[in-house]
Design a protein around this ligand. Sequence first.
Ligand code: CA
Ligand code: CA
Length: 439
Amino acid sequence: MAIDLCNKSPDLVTERGPGSWAEAVPSEPALLDDLGTEQRDALNFAYRTTLSNVDPRFVAGDPAAWASDFGYALDRVAIRLDNRSNGELREQALRHPDPVMREQALYEYADRDHADAIELLEEAARTDTNRELRWDALWAIEKLGGATAVTTLQKFLTDDDPEIAEWAKLFISELQTGDPAFDGRPGLYTPGRTFDETIYLLIHCDLYVRLDESNTHWGKISLAPQGLARIYGQAHACPNVSTRERQLVIAKTISGLHKDGSPHCDNYLFRGFTDRTRRDRGNFFFESLVPRTFFKSGRADDPSQGVRQANIGFARYGTWHLEPKFQVREEAAIRYVRGRFQGWGHVNLSRIAGRPLEEVLTPGNGVLSTLHDPEVGPMTNAFILGTFKGKLNDWDGDGVIDLNSRNVYSTAEGEIDSDQDGIPDKAGQTCCDYTNLLP
Ligand SMILES: [Ca+2]
Ligand SMILES: [Ca+2]
């Protein structure tokens, strides 16, 4: 799919050796007949739709259903705005002093469809000292997929870091069955917190930038999870059992934007539908529409080119998986969530053109946008879409998985709550107000 790394070019998919499946399948492989009806149907549908992308002679019914992915269309025509050479990327992926830049180089390299991408990702996952880079590299290996991805991920099943080992197990299971798998650690719910769960999200996104009025020139920036978190903020999904099927807070914090060192908080209340016909999971489609100060400079908290109040929309959809062993308010907790998102952005091209990536991947240096505003709409030049994953982790290293220990500065309704007591700093305020920080 367009939003994924690699495997976007039909020619390469057919030409590249997929690797040996002999070592990649479990000793007792799942037979098609053993799969549940839904799994089988999903697999068959996925297979048919994939065939139609690889070879147009295989058509899975009405093309309006399978060939309407706008990101896929853009991906085939967009030019890369990161013009580093492949050699530079390989070098920086392993040796750049900043882990965010190392990870960005890894993802950029993987997104260029090079045959040795998994090899490079494996080396980084094995040798890097940054924990997040390591699990993000494993995720990139999953995205590349195939038998080589499975055999590579298997090498991390016994990693000293239990989260690395569990991510490896989860990604392998997704590649083999479509569903995640987890280890056997116990979980801990902390009473008295605003949210029943605080799930740290890994987000990978592609920004497709409309480069001129002709609609024939498009640029692409593929952001690795840590680079995205640096620019737009690190996101946590914060479900409460009693409301999770109809509303959700995504609490986002940008570090390094406020001069006083405090986190820049930017909370999004989503609402939507959830399908609960299966007890072990929920399929959801949620949207948010939040009032925001739009910075025409293209940089959060920078009013130098003017500001405008606007309502920003965003959509996220996917599936969460429940863990019956982790009980919260007599219900199973969400152990894992994955899905896709899309929204609109404003990229100030004059701010990024010709600059080294170190000067582009900076806190707040990109803003979400909307088309539905007379001033902001015409400035909207980026179509943002991507994938996210989040699982519960043991954050303090005591061997027990922490359901809701992460600090998120939001009330249950998405208002800023700096001291996390459930009472908003200021009623109705869902994003830090830049005017409070002016000297
Ligand atoms: Ca713990
Ligand atoms: Ca408070």
